[in-house]
Design a protein around this ligand. Structure first.
Ligand code: FES
Length: 158
């Protein structure tokens, strides 16, 4: 049983206005994203239906959380932390390097579909600042040269 099926089953037992429905919004977004790869408008509507929130509320939350993708991401997703610890240790230079190396703005997928680089709030890796997550795997501390090499590897055939 997938997480989504599990969640649907759990929520089916709750009355429509039960407060627990609303608290399931993040797990619901994660479960639908795991199923479909990103959260398109139909998935936003399904989250709204599951949780009792409006589609506008779900849309706002989906836009707020950097780990929820409203459009299909690249085959690899690199999240670069730009919160305080990483910011003090050069996160802005890493993000500029990523943009320059990939030739697309942050958040956009490279033309080959290989990669999305996303600025992110604290990843919980402050002791490794400046830090990043590549497809969920912790990286850091990173410098511009190591990042450029990594991006080259990711775009050059995985
Ligand atoms: S501030 Fe970057 S991982 Fe915490």
């Amino acid at each position: 049983m997938t997480k989504l099926e599990e969640l649907r089953r759990e929520l089916a037992h709750l009355p429509p206005a039960h407060p627990e429905r609303r608290t399931a919004v993040v797990p619901a977004m994660q479960a639908l994203q795991a199923e479909y790869g990103h959260l398109d408008d139909a998935a936003v509507a399904e989250v709204a239906d599951l949780t009792g929130l409006s589609t506008t509320e779900v849309e706002e939350l989906a836009t707020f959380y950097s780990l929820i993708y409203r459009r299909p991401p690249g085959r690899h997703v690199l999240q670069v932390c730009d919160s305080v610890c990483c910011g003090l240790r050069g996160a802005d230079r890493l993000l500029a390097t990523a943009e320059k190396t990939n030739g697309v703005p942050l958040g956009e997928v490279t033309p080959d579909g290989a990669l999305s680089v996303l600025p992110s709030i604290c990843l919980g890796l402050c002791d490794r600042a400046p830090a990043a997550l590549l497809d969920g795997e912790a990286l850091g501390p990173l410098d511009e040269a190591a990042l450029a090499a990594l991006l080259g590897r990711l775009r050059g055939g995985e």
